[in-house]
Design a binder for this molecule. Structure first.
Ligand code: F0G
Length: 353
């Protein structure tokens, strides 16, 4: 059967009515891939939900399709968001699809190249400020109160409604909830959305509940340290956030599920970023790899037990951020003359090494 996107597929679980336009880019239905090598090496049953397979390359499409459909239903003709990159790409794409204007406000110099390219190509008005994400979000929240423009950051409740559908898919793909759901935490909307989704699906279908394990970057670990980070810093620019908007919801999700919010260093993130790509063939952006880096950390310190079934969410596609890949890779292209013999000699050395 042809997959027709989230709103149609999950309409019984979503706040829609006969006036809601069926906006879609056929988002959702992303693969749940078992990591065979890492499962064996780590002694757990490990899967990744590859959200980078969504239309704009991140999980944000799930929330954005709902936010844009509802904005259109309510008669709005423009949307606005602050973003570390992925939200702006999704907002711009769905706005184009639905025929709305889109304004995105981004922190200058701190968004990955692919994400900026997307916002520009989808035709958004891109405003870059000399400030960080938290400041951009405060700004667009204010502006949306006085101007006729709909705010589509995750403080818009329809965003979390759309994003909760990822939890439904995990349960359907695995035959029930995993023991642990691990994911990166930035503005803390996604962890809150997953928890809502797991609870609703469990209530409807008895699919069980996971423990929610969220991971912030060490330089932006507001929830872990229970204080705002005025100047958040991390290589994982997607989660470079010092004052998460859904802070309370996230704390509630980990408390109710008996999970934990923990932190991982940039070094741990980048190490897992390379390992995932080179051992399993899956290229996820740095922030996404905070989830797996966190699982590895908690395996070593005993917080995750052997044989546990873990799903780690890979929130965005590695292609979003080519610069980090090239900068942190020890492997550079070997330069050789345009000469078959020289190339053949080099390749022999590689395959027989
Ligand atoms: N992973 C990626 C790839 C992200 O882009 C984000 C958030 C997160 C994880 C964290 O999710 O905020 O719900 O806790 N990106 C936002 C943006 C902030 O503007 O694209 P969260």
């Amino acid at each position: 059967m042809r997959w027709e996107g989230l709103i149609k597929t999950y309409r019984d679980f979503l706040p829609i009515n006969e006036n809601t336009p069926m906006v879609t880019l056929n988002e959702g239905n992303t693969p749940l891939i078992r990591l065979d090598k890492l499962s064996r090496d780590w002694g757990i049953d490990l899967y990744v939900k590859t959200e980078g397979a969504n239309p704009t390359g991140s999980f944000k499409d799930r929330g954005m399709v709902m936010a844009v459909a509802k904005a259109k239903e309510e008669g709005s003709d423009a949307i606005i968001c602050a973003s570390t990159g992925n939200t702006s790409a999704a907002a711009a794409a769905y706005a184009a699809r639905a025929g709305l204007r889109c304004v995105v406000v981004i922190p200058e110099g701190k968004i990955a190249m692919g994400k900026l390219a997307q916002a520009v190509m989808y035709g958004a008005e891109v405003v870059s400020i000399e400030g960080n994400f938290d400041q951009a979000l405060a700004m667009v929240r204010k502006i949306s109160e006085t101007e006729l423009i709909t705010l589509v950051n995750s403080v818009n409740p329809y965003r979390l409604e759309g994003q909760k559908t990822a939890a439904f898919e995990v349960c359907d793909q695995l035959g029930g909830a995993p023991d642990i759901l691990a994911l990166p935490v930035g503005n803390a909307g996604n962890i809150s959305a997953y928890w809502k989704g797991f609870k609703e699906y469990h209530e409807a279908k008895g699919t069980g509940l996971p423990k929610m394990h969220g991971f912030e970057a060490e330089g932006a670990a507001a929830i872990v340290h229970n204080r705002v980070f005025e100047n958040p810093e991390t290589v994982a620019t997607a989660i470079r956030i010092g004052n998460p908007a859904s802070w309370d919801l996230a704390v509630n999700a980990v408390n109710e599920s008996k999970g934990k919010i923990d932190e991982v260093s940039d070094e741990e993130i980048l190490c897992m970023y390379r390992k995932l790509a080179s051992t399993e063939g899956i290229f996820a952006e740095p922030a996404s790899c905070a989830s797996l880096a966190g699982v590895y950390k908690q395996l070593r310190n005993g917080e995750i037990k052997h044989k546990t079934r873990v799903v780690a969410v890979l929130t965005g596609n590695g292609l979003k951020d080519p610069n980090t890949a090239i900068d942190c890779s020890p492997i550079k292209p070997v330069q050789l003359p345009n000469d078959e013999k020289a190339v053949a000699r080099h390749i022999k050395g590689v395959v027989h090494a």
